[in-house]
Design a protein around this ligand. Structure first.
Ligand SMILES: Nc1ncnc2c1ncn2[C@@H]1O[C@H](COP(=O)(O)OP(=O)(O)OP(=O)(O)O)[C@@H](O)[C@H]1O
Length: 363
């Protein structure tokens, strides 16, 4: 159990700034998930915490102790961390219990055996202690790897895509397991994943990264509902950003004009150009008034009919998805109302790119 502190942490690989001045305070006992597009720096940050790599600048502290900085570097083995990778790295010639005991040689035998027993019980594998890794399923091997890390009672547990090799059902089961173990141990956990749903389901805090920067650090719901930047809005939960005009703003609410209609939504934008950040749940089919649109296509997904719509009065928007109870034929006409969204400031920028369907897309 230890807090993590990053102070202007940077790491460069040639031309690539893999970490670009990352600063954050992660309270002890947090379950932190790092999210972001491929190459944004998640693994680089995890490796810095682990001590597998040195920063070029800035400081990193674990439990209030500086472990990396201009004049200090604590090696991985002295940081009190556990790591679980997507490759479980178990010794094939050792039993489950021996694999878990492997890193505990410094302890007296009775203490070692007690730790192994406790760790096996925590991950629900007590009955399989004598088996070899090849006699286990993928999920069971993952549990052994987790038990091995837990047995050392780490201050911080680092999980690098730990579920990547498991099928969907096992992933869900292991996620629940991580959450339970986190609650039981109070261990600070840092979880790197490509899967947003996974991150949202388990984490107390989500760190969204982009091009080496920490764009937002906040609880899952806040990242979803109050994105700190257009990048976060687009990256999380199939979010979209629509160019709007902010007519007025006060007390955390913005009056916006969209497609000739005005509405008031939460946001941080001053009057002028804005981005309206929306998720599919923010759009609803309306029988009365709303923005007129045409159905481009409709498909069945996750129990919904998802219609892709082109809006008459939003020429700068390529198409937006709308959840419907019933299928809507291509070319049919609908009206759509906004049920939510968040408004961010928009800097006047760059020429707009052409989308594949020939409509302009917001930059
Ligand atoms: N050892 C290295 N040498 C050169 N470039 C590196 C090295 N390690 C990472 N990079 C670069 O640094 C950037 C960040 O990489 P990193 O592995 O941290 O990204 P990531 O967010 O974990 O990506 P992914 O989701 O694809 O695993 C990338 O552009 C990557 O190519």
């Amino acid at each position: 159990m230890a807090a993590l502190s990053f102070e202007n942490l940077s790491r460069r690989f040639g031309e690539t700034l893999a970490l670009d001045g990352v600063s954050a305070e992660i309270p002890s006992g947090t379950f932190l998930a790092l999210l972001g597009p491929s190459g944004c720096g998640k693994t680089t940050l995890l490796r810095q915490i682990a001590g597998l790599d040195r920063p070029d600048g800035g400081r990193l502290s674990i439990g209030g102790q500086e472990v990396a900085g201009p004049s200090c570097f604590t090696p991985p083995e002295a940081r009190g961390l556990g790591m679980v990778f997507q490759s479980y790295a178990l010794w094939p010639h050792m039993s489950v219990a021996e694999n878990i005991a492997f890193g505990l040689n410094r302890l007296a035998k009775p203490e070692r055996l007690a730790r192994v027993e406790e760790a096996l019980a925590k991950v629900g594998l007590a009955a399989l202690a004598g088996r070899r890794p090849h006699q286990l399923s993928g999920g069971q091997r993952q549990r052994v790897a987790l038990a091995r890390s837990l047995a050392a009672r780490p201050r911080v547990l680092l999980l690098d895509e730990p579920l990547a090799n498991l099928d969907a059902h096992l992933r869900a089961a292991m996620l629940a397991e991580f959450r339970r173990i986190h609650a039981e141990t109070g261990c600070t956990m840092v979880f790197v994943t490509h899967d947003q749903n996974e991150a949202m389901a388990v984490a107390d805090l989500i760190g969204v990264m982009d091009r080496g920067r920490l764009e937002q650090l906040a609880p899952p719901q806040e990242v979803f509902e109050r994105p700190a930047s257009p990048m976060v809005a687009r990256f999380v939960g199939q979010g979209r950003t629509l160019p709007v005009t902010v007519v007025s703003a006060a007390a955390g609410r913005c009056r916006i004009r969209l497609g000739g209609q005005e509405t008031t939504l939460p946001g941080t934008a001053p009057p002028g150009p804005g981005w309206l950040c929306v998720h599919p749940r923010d759009l609803a089919h309306s029988r009365a008034m709303g923005l007129p649109a045409t159905v481009l296509e409709c498909r069945f997904e996750d129990g919904w009919h998802i219609a892709q719509l082109i809006f008459d009065d939003l020429p700068d928007v390529a198409s937006l998805p709308l959840r419907l109870d019933r299928a809507a034929p291509r070319g049919s006409r609908l009206k759509v109302v906004l049920r939510g969204g968040f408004v961010l400031p928009r800097a006047e920028v760059a020429p707009k790119a052409l989308s594949p369907v020939g409509r302009t897309v917001p930059a």
